[in-house]
Design a protein around this ligand. Structure first.
Ligand SMILES: [Fe+2]
Length: 286
């Protein structure tokens, strides 16, 4: 089969025009580089999913910057909200992205949950934002929505995208707010084995683990990376390592349908890294 390639980027944290994030990170330039690199990939991804913290402070002018950059993507893109996002302003900036309507919960809040059915991989986005909170979670309505959505197409290989990982990261300052109702989410995922991957953001650093009987991955950041400091007392700081992205590839290499997740980096200048060099002089020393 022809592989289905879905790119994931996360946490661009855009600011209003001309403003550096936290006085240091040119997040708009980083996102432009990401768009340029994704457009040049061969094979080109069929779609891009951006897993939240699209902007940093929820300002409309930041969403205008976001739109101005993302419209440069050569393929469709889909967004889930993060804790730094303002959902009404996000919707206002992307009126052509109907899936952002999600559904309205009792009490009038919007849950930006959606299914995208047009690819060989089914894409589901779930909204883990708790208003006013840095940490994330789900409630009964969103869990039911997910359970029903997964039950609709039990044989469709599925990627579930969400901003907050439903597990701790090992980076101390990010683990103070346990994900609400994570055990129930794990139970739902376990009941729907067509979920090939749970793909998250929020941590600004790539890592993976088992969750609910599937594989969960966390994408690196676009705007900035959290320092790889696994001490419980790790301070909340970021470093300007190269940004990164994930490529989720649904393929049947070696006759086995499977979802591969590759990690790529986005250099600050194209061609910054030396290479490529041939890599085949030694096959297997005997
Ligand atoms: Fe973030």
């Amino acid at each position: 089969m022809t592989p289905t390639v879905i790119a994931q980027i996360s946490d661009p944290h855009l600011k209003p025009p001309g403003v550096l994030a936290y006085g240091a990170a040119d997040t708009a330039a980083a996102l432009r580089r990401a768009v340029d690199l994704l457009n040049r990939l061969d094979p080109r991804p069929q779609a891009v999913v951006i897993t939240g913290d699209l902007v940093d402070e929820g300002a409309s002018s930041s969403y205008d910057v976001l739109r101005g950059i993302l419209v440069g993507l050569a393929m469709p893109f889909f967004m889930v909200p993060g804790n730094h996002d303002h959902k009404d302003r996000l919707r206002a900036a992307f009126p052509d992205h109907g899936y952002l309507e999600g559904f309205i919960e009792p009490g009038g809040r919007r849950a930006m949950c959606f299914c995208i059915e047009e690819f060989s991989l089914r894409l589901i986005g779930i909204d883990t934002v708790i208003p006013g909170e840095h940490g994330g979670g789900l409630n009964a309505g969103r869990l039911q929505w997910l359970d029903r959505a997964l039950a609709e197409r039990p044989s469709a290989p599925t990627l579930v995208f969400m901003h907050h990982p439903p597990f701790a990261s090992g980076i101390g300052h990010m683990d103070g707010e346990p994900f609400i109702r994570r055990e129930e989410l794990a139970g739902i995922i376990r009941r729907h084995p067509q979920v090939e991957r749970i793909a998250c953001g929020h941590i600004h650093r790539a890592f993976s683990r088992r969750f609910g009987g599937t594989v969960a991955t966390v994408a690196p950041g676009i705007g900035m990376q959290l320092d790889l400091d696994l001490r419980p007392e790790a301070p909340s700081v970021f470093v300007l390592e190269p940004a990164g992205f994930l490529l989720h590839v649904w393929t049947d290499l070696w006759g086995e349908p499977t979802l591969l997740t590759h990690v790529g980096t986005i250099p600050e200048q194209p061609g910054r890294y030396r290479g490529p060099y041939p890599f085949f002089d030694v096959v297997s020393p005997t």
